[in-house]
Design a protein around this ligand. Structure first.
Ligand code: CP
Length: 331
């Protein structure tokens, strides 16, 4: 693997999930493959899970991890080619990224969208410029439009949970699991990254019946959702669901807005009752009793802690693939 920016960098999703689960079973089994190697983790935006899990994953492989909160502690970076840097930016990525390429063996980067200009955000300029100028493998720790480490974790968590027998589920084991991605209210306009990326991975995986539900005006880009059933009827979507992924996103078409914050879209136990005893997922951080009710988050159907804990194994599988560039055999 040369980079990890989206699902397109993965040959075989099941094989990398299997590898991640093997690290969960035996975290230190490859504890020397990263010896004498260093990963730089650059954060242009805040993080808790991604930052900590990536460091733990690197350490489990014997790598040194250095975190740089470039967004709050570094020089303000310029990303536009041929920019006349007479404004607030201090250093061009053309100059900064090659230096990082000399310090590190892998560069991992978190950026966020501005949510002001869709074309700019969806061009993924920040990530592309780091890839172009760093000269070393780049891993996305979340970009303007995608969050692939989260999505790999999500597929891993679904795989793990689906393999467990659930006495309260009436799913015919021969039918595919039904996975529902549901929009939820939020107080701030949030990126579409997690929803885009989850849709992209579930569609590429192709192992589930996949339904996306959201209010009018919250359509995501077809680039990521194509293949899913899309409905504005949340109850219809939730009926018989095995997994419900709850996430807010701001509008894509009239970009970056909040059109509706109807609390009836919040996931509750009442809604859970129409599912097939669904397991409930969220990438965290979550706004309690806005996106998801306490009763679900603190109840037996919530996978959110397991999901966040699994971030380590997804990151470890990706880093090990980059460190040891051999094609994965089929699962
Ligand atoms: N889910 C996730 O990416 O969490 P952090 O923003 O805390 O890294």
């Amino acid at each position: 693997m040369k980079q990890f920016i989206s699902v397109r960098d993965v040959n075989n999703i099941d094989a990398i999930v299997k590898k991640a689960l093997s690290y969960k079973a035996d975290p230190l089994k490859d504890k020397t493959i990263g010896a004498h190697k260093r990963i730089g983790c650059l954060f242009l935006n805040p993080s808790m899970r991604t930052r900590l899990s990536t460091q733990i994953a690197a350490q489990n492989l014997g790598m040194d991890a250095i975190v740089f909160n470039v967004g709050s502690e570094g020089w303000a970076l310029e990303f536009e080619e041929e920019a006349i840097m007479s404004g607030n930016t201090v250093e061009h990525v053309k100059d900064a990224a090659p230096v990082m390429g000399k310090y590190f063996d892998i560069l991992a980067i978190r950026t966020f969208p501005s949510l002001k200009n869709r074309a700019d955000d969806y061009s993924e300029l920040f990530m592309k410029q780091f890839i172009k100028y760093a000269g070393i493998p780049v891993v996305s720790l979340e970009s303007a439009t995608l969050h692939p480490l989260q999505s790999l974790t999500d597929i891993l968590t679904i795989t793990e949970a689906a393999a467990k027998s659930d006495p309260d589920s009436h799913r015919d084991r021969n039918r595919k699991s039904k996975i529902v991605l549901t929009w939820a209210p939020h107080v701030k306009p949030l990126p579409q990254c997690v929803a885009n990326s989850f849709a992209q991975w579930v569609n590429a995986w192709g192992k589930a019946e996949f339904v996306i539900t959201h209010p009018e005006d919250y359509e995501l880009s077809e680039e990521f959702t194509k293949g899913a059933t899309i409905t504005q009827n949340q109850d219809e979507a939730l009926t018989d669901a095995d997994f419900v992924y709850v996430k807010n996103w701001s509008t894509y078409n009239d970009y970056g807005k909040i059109y509706s914050n109807n609390p009836k879209w919040m996931m509750t136990n009442k809604k859970l009752s129409i599912t097939n005893n669904a397991k409930v997922m969220h990438c965290l951080p979550v706004r309690r009793n806005v996106e998801l009710s306490d009763e679900i988050l603190d109840g037996p159907n919530s996978l959110v802690t397991q999901q966040a804990a699994n971030r380590v194994w997804a990151a470890q599988a990706v880093l090990s693939e980059i460190l040891r560039p051999r094609p994965l055999k089929g699962s």
